[in-house]
Design a protein around this ligand. Structure first.
Ligand code: PMP
Length: 452
């Protein structure tokens, strides 16, 4: 698919690999211990590695390419924009940015009608926090354990996973709390309604002990992604909204991973009727990562704070023409082609039932969770004790072997600690979903061997 012969493609990939290992410094990695996979080409739900092997992409490249790889309308839009106007400073108007802002504002919940553009998710979170702090005049931010909010200074401190530890210098004014997660409950709850009630009581107590008048915002992923796709139980997000209203706290919904069709709706928060955040962060699916783009959707009240007072923040590439042209084409194609509906349908009819069926005969599957094309398999050594197949924050031979078995059989997975995430593009067909499920079925026998 990249137009090269197999021999030429392999030679190009070998050179890329050699240069990568010599000159590229990789994210989140011990540089000498990694053997990164080369991706030479991609199309639809598939990618090709450096050897020319085709793999079904159940990772969507960090849960990013919701519209699938190389969508012709998005590629054409980027090419046309490049030919017309490649770059413009953010203080000027440009048509791609205006149109992208309209399309996003029309889809975000409630009246989040002003869009501040960034280059990705972490910057969106940074600016959401800054907006909340300046609007409220307060400094602290509450965030969940078992969350990911990005790799920059405030975003990594908000993150509730071990990547924060080496980056946390204790001066970020971030306080963590436990969210609801019935499978590994902190609250000794027996069912979802009890989990909701106790998780909200814990949050309110955290607010009381920290001092409501010091708390600018609560930031939450509407459905936590990297941390395990835990769908909040009924009433939880409405309860968070009510606590924010009671104490004058800004509710920031982080939809960087869950937004733009991933969960079978434009935004995951729509699964929870009547809950509207004050700020909503997005990135990834907004243009499927074809060109870096993220942003914050802002409520009228927060936007009005800066009507006659300058917002003290900006980015040279805010609303970059190539990125916003890609967003316009992506959102338009997703709407025209029913791609969000496809994600909902495949999740409800194929992936959900298929994964639950796998759980019936694979003892290594502790729990299946998800919606749309946003699923996680929680792998365990023992279903009774729920001992994870890899420790929190770590990996294990068992997990490495399962992922390798998937890859050898032509399936690329997103993996985090003891979880396999099933997160194909939103365009995934029934046949492709079933192809992936069949490979998973075979690969999970490897995990089953590690159960007691
Ligand atoms: N928030 C969430 C919920 C995310 O999943 C991510 C990235 N996976 C980020 C923020 C950070 O986005 P980026 O890597 O584009 O900075």
């Amino acid at each position: 698919p990249n137009g090269l012969t197999l021999t030429a493609a392999r030679q190009a990939a070998a050179r890329a690999y050699e240069l990568d290992r010599r000159h590229v410094f990789h994210s989140w990695s011990a540089q000498a211990q990694i053997d990164p996979m080369t991706i030479s080409a991609s199309q639809g739900c598939y990618v090709w590695d450096g050897e020319g092997n085709r793999l079904l992409d159940f990772s969507s490249q960090l849960v990013n390419t919701n519209i699938g790889h190389q969508h012709p309308k998005v590629v054409a839009a980027v090419q046309q924009q490049a030919a017309k106007l490649c770059t413009v400073a953010p203080q000027h108007v440009n048509d791609a940015r205006s149109e992208a802002a309209r399309l996003i504002a029309e889809r975000t919940p409630g009246e989040l009608n002003k869009i501040f553009f960034t280059n990705g998710g972490a910057e969106a979170v940074e600016h959401a926090v800054r907006l909340a702090r300046l609007h409220t005049g307060r400094h602290k931010v509450l965030a969940r354990y078992r969350s990911y909010h990005g790799g920059t200074e405030t975003a990594i401190n908000l993150t509730g996973d071990p990547r924060r530890w080496p980056n946390d210098h204790g001066n970020s004014a971030v306080v963590h709390f436990f969210g609801p997660f019935l499978y590994r409950t902190q609250f000794h709850a027996g069912d979802e309604s009890e989990e909701t009630e106790r998780a909200l009581a814990h949050l309110e107590q955290t607010i009381a002990f920290e001092g409501p008048s010091t708390i600018a915002a609560i930031v939450l992923e509407s459905i936590p992604g990297t941390a395990g796709i835990m769908i909040p139980p009924p009433g939880y997000l409405a309860g968070v909204r009510a606590l924010c209203d009671k104490y004058g706290i800004i509710f920031i919904a982080d939809e960087v991973m869950s937004g733009f069709g991933r969960t079978g709706k434009w935004f995951a928060i729509e699964h929870f009727e009547g809950v509207t955040p004050d700020l909503l962060t997005f990135a990834k699916g907004v243009n499927s990562g074809y060109v870096p783009l993220g942003g914050v959707a802002i409520s009228p009240a927060i936007a009005a704070t800066f009507d006659n007072r300058a917002y003290p923040g900006g980015l040279t590439y805010s609303g970059h023409p190539l990125a916003t042209a890609a967003a316009v084409a992506t959102i338009t194609a997703m709407a025209d082609e029913g791609i969000v509906e496809n994600a909902a349908e495949i999740g409800a009819r194929v992936l959900g039932p298929g994964l639950r069926e796998l759980a019936e005969h694979h003892p290594s599957i502790g729990e299946v969770r998800g919606t749309g094309v946003f699923w996680a398999l929680e792998l365990v050594r023992d279903r009774a004790t729920r001992e994870p197949l890899a420790p929190y924050g770590g990996t294990s031979a068992a997990m490495t072997e399962v992922v390798a078995a998937c890859r050898a059989a032509g399936l690329l997975m997103f993996v985090n600690f003891n979880r396999l995430h099933v997160v194909p593009p939103c365009i995934v067909s029934e046949a492709e979903a079933k192809e992936g499920l069949a490979i998973l079925d075979r690969a999970l026998t490897v995990a089953d061997q590690h159960t007691s």
